[in-house]
Design a protein around this ligand. Structure first.
Ligand SMILES: [Zn+2]
Length: 268
């Protein structure tokens, strides 16, 4: 019997396949899968084996049973790879051919399209398993990089405080917040203390309601924006009208309105 994730404690459904005792599993019936032909509701089953066969597996299907069977067959394939010669890890995920006729099947000497991960996540060339098998590639100078529009929006929205409803991967998010807070400080963005008793959130607080901490963060970001708006606008313009550029433009326009209404910038 596998280890079952705590949210399923009272769920009468139980996995059917012969998972190992150390494998953590969870499932759900209403996951939404985004595909090129549109999104559709589906059942999913996820496994986190700790036997070296892979880091994370996800199966999908019309029912949870089907999703589990899909996930289990992936695990069997990856487990067989791990126990017969071992995985061959690469940081570069092989992308599927586009299927538009311009991207033929790879031949000898042909360049395969890849998406290279730098966070340590690796793919097995033999079986396709995914796991954190290497260390992160550190980007030199990343800590000194100026704050981007989307980072400022995260800060203005109170994102540097741990929220009571945050469950997934607390260590990773704590690291992310710490790093962003240190970069903000380095660049002269002075923020209120998220750990001050007046700034902690009750577990039943409304996630969309502004409170003292968020209001103070937003004001600090708007003051920072007023000093740096020329650089931020240039960067948003350089990104063009893609999704990132579009969202950055919306965040900046909102900071700009607040800066004008606070008298920090002249009305245009
Ligand atoms: Zn493998």
């Amino acid at each position: 019997m596998p280890r079952i994730a705590p949210q399923h404690a009272t769920d009468p459904w139980r996995p059917l396949c012969a998972w190992s005792d150390t494998c953590l599993v969870q499932w759900g019936g209403k996951g939404v899968v985004l595909s090129e032909s549109g999104s559709y509701g589906t059942a999913f089953f996820e496994a986190f084996p700790s036997d070296g066969s892979g880091g994370y597996l996800r199966g999908e299907g019309k029912t949870v049973e089907e999703a589990e069977a899909d996930c289990f067959s992936q695990w069997q394939r990856q487990h067989a790879c791990h126990t017969t010669g071992g995985h061959r890890w690469t940081r570069a995920r092989r992308l599927k051919p586009r299927g538009d006729g311009k991207d033929p099947r790879p031949r000898r000497g042909h360049v395969v399209r890849v998406n290279t991960y730098t966070n340590g996540g690796c793919f097995c060339l033999k079986c396709g398993a995914f796991a954190t098998a290497m260390t992160e590639v550190v980007e030199l100078g990343a800590w000194k990089a100026p704050l981007s529009a989307s980072e400022l929006e995260t800060i203005a929205d109170g994102g540097l405080r741990q929220e009571p409803w945050e469950r997934r991967d607390p260590v990773r998010w704590a690291k992310y917040r710490r790093r962003l807070a240190l970069r903000a400080k380095l660049h002269g963005l002075l923020l209120p203390n998220p750990n001050h008793p007046a700034h902690t959130l009750a577990p039943d607080a409304d996630p969309f309601e502004d409170d003292a901490f968020r209001t103070a963060c937003r004001e600090a970001v708007v003051r920072f924006y007023a000093k740096e708006h020329l650089r931020l606008r240039d960067e948003a313009n350089a990104q063009g009208l893609g999704i990132t550029g579009l969202f950055d433009g919306l965040h900046l326009a909102s900071f700009h309105r607040d800066a004008v209404s606070m008298g920090l910038l002249p009305a245009e």
